[in-house]
Design a binder for this molecule. Structure first.
Ligand SMILES: Nc1ncnc2c1ncn2[C@@H]1O[C@H](COP(=O)(O)OP(=O)(O)OP(=O)(O)O)[C@@H](O)[C@H]1O
Ligand SMILES: [Mg+2]
Length: 236
């Protein structure tokens, strides 16, 4: 059984349709990238999954109908989203941002332990724990957004264009961390990206979206090797 099984997902902004019958599936502990150009519908698809926009179609998540789970309860059910632009609270400190990531966790000892765990993993965040998030570099803010999302102990992490505005070397570091979270922490990831070349080096499988339609899907190596897909949709 797939962890997430999306069938014929459609969504609109007013009269403008942005997703057309999109179908995709993610197994537990897979690392999937969703590739596509500007305006293809990547963010809209993530929003439909997190419930921040209305959609039609079926979203089966761990055997339940996700459409029936209210958006604010999806985090409690293990679905966390890191929005495009990161969504850290810039007027709060690094440490406060991590606390805010754990609002659904009532066990304060767990919160303390998880903070230590992610400070160990992201030493730059530990060094800057008392600084305002708004004063961090772009790369550090992306790490904070990731650590904050992890504080809720998600099962499925949705991440929207983590590479936006970051140097390639930092983007590579972030993708290496995603892969590590998949390998060592049992996380399942759906990451939206425009940088096909880099993300396909780390992900297991990929889907390609174009003008609201899923136009291709397959193993990362298959998508990388497919010249037609590269030329048609990925700007090579
Ligand atoms: N709030 C909105 N109101 C109206 N139309 C929107 C809105 N948000 C997105 N759209 C439209 O929906 C389509 C898909 O947009 P979406 O943001 O999902 O693309 P994207 O693939 O995430 O692009 P990018 O790589 O630039 O972030 C686009 O045509 C866009 O103009
Ligand atoms: Mg987007």
């Amino acid at each position: 059984m797939m962890m997430l099984d999306v069938r014929n997902l459609s969504a609109s902004y007013g009269k403008v349709r942005a997703l057309f019958d999109c179908s995709l599936a993610i197994a537990q502990n897979e690392f999937i990238v969703l590739l596509g150009a500007n305006g293809a519908g990547k963010t809209t698809l993530l929003r439909a999954l997190s419930g921040t926009i209305r959609s039609s179609g079926e979203i089966a998540y761990m055997g339940s109908d996700l459409q029936k789970i209210a958006p604010e309860r999806r985090l409690q059910n293990g679905v966390a989203q890191i929005p495009q632009g990161r969504g850290t609270f810039t007027e709060f400190t690094v440490d406060e941002n991590l606390t805010l990531g754990a609002t659904i966790v009532s066990d304060t000892r767990q919160v303390r332990q998880d903070k230590e765990r992610w400070y160990d993993r992201f030493p730059r965040l530990r060094e800057r724990r008392s600084q305002l998030a708004g004063n961090l570099s772009g790369g550090e803010q992306q790490m904070l957004a990731l650590a904050r999302a992890l504080m809720s102990r998600p099962k499925l992490l949705l991440c929207d264009e983590p590479s936006l505005g970051l140097a390639p070397v930092i983007t590579r570091e972030i993708f290496a961390i995603f892969k590590e979270l998949r390998d060592n922490d049992g996380l399942t990831l759906l990451v939206v990206e425009q940088n096909a070349d880099l993300s396909l080096k780390f992900a297991d499988r990929a889907y390609v979206i174009e003008a609201g339609h899923i136009v291709a899907g397959g193993s990362a190596s298959t998508i990388r090797a497919d010249e037609l897909i590269q030329k048609s949709y990925l700007g090579d």
